[in-house]
Ligand binder design. Sequence first.
Ligand code: B12
Length: 212
Amino acid sequence: MTQENSLAEALAQCQEDKVKALLKQRLDAGTAATDIVAECNQGMAELGQRFAQGQCFIPELMFGGMIMKGVMAELGHLLGASEAEQSIGTVVMGTVQHDVHDIGKDIAIMMLRGVGFNVIDLGVDVPPDKWVETIKQHKPSVVGMSVLLTPCYKSVIATMDAIREAGLRDDVSIMVGGAAASELLSENAGCDFYGETAVDGMKYASKVVGVG
Ligand code: B12
């Protein structure tokens, strides 16, 4: 595969027109939708790496996500099984109680979906009992809390306490991330992993389910 007709590279560079053209080329040539998704996932992972290394910024990440969503919309009818059936595992993600920042969480979700996770997005300002209820219902492999506000450390701790009190702690791996998160917070709250970037979260979750 040359750089010239690499779908992954076009996506990593957010070249929307080129992605559309290469997608059409792949479909006309009879390439399997799952192979196209795999190629695009490589592109999203590359985009995430470039962001982590400071080679691109939030607008590119958001735009890359939009392009990827467009590709998935085109391929949806060819992929057959539902997202949950095809997924490599389930992750529950949200921003902790009293915190409404969601840009980073959404990027983390995009990365997770990009590599094949079924992600339940709880949104923002998620109270502890909602996390507990969702873990009971969906039995995820991984839970990811996003926290951008220092005063919301106590929401992380309250969520962990609620999960423990519900007897669910041993059933799930828990990661925390977002600009206010740290190794120290992760340790104090009893989480399993602190992810500095969305890519770290994606890698950790993949490791938990034994992929990558
Ligand atoms: C945009 C923004 C807002 C927007 C949010 C819009 C939105 N839809 O998200 C608005 C205007 C609403 C807002 C409001 C407020 N904000 Co504000 N906001 C920001 C700002 C400028 C950018 C945040 C952002 O999106 N960053 C970009 C994303 C991509 O980064 P990120 O979230 O860290 O995510 C990356 C990683 O951390 C990781 N990640 C994120 N989540 C997770 C989760 C997991 C599990 C993993 C593994 C990884 C991961 O993935 C991402 C990519 O790698 C920050 C400044 C900053 N330096 O962060 C202030 C900031 C977070 N805000 C701040 C404050 C104080 C507020 C307000 C209290 C202001 C006010 N007085 O009203 C309110 C609080 C509202 C609330 N209740 O939450 C402070 C927080 C200070 C602190 N430490 O407590 C900051 C740091 C600004 C500052 N320097 O003072 N804010």
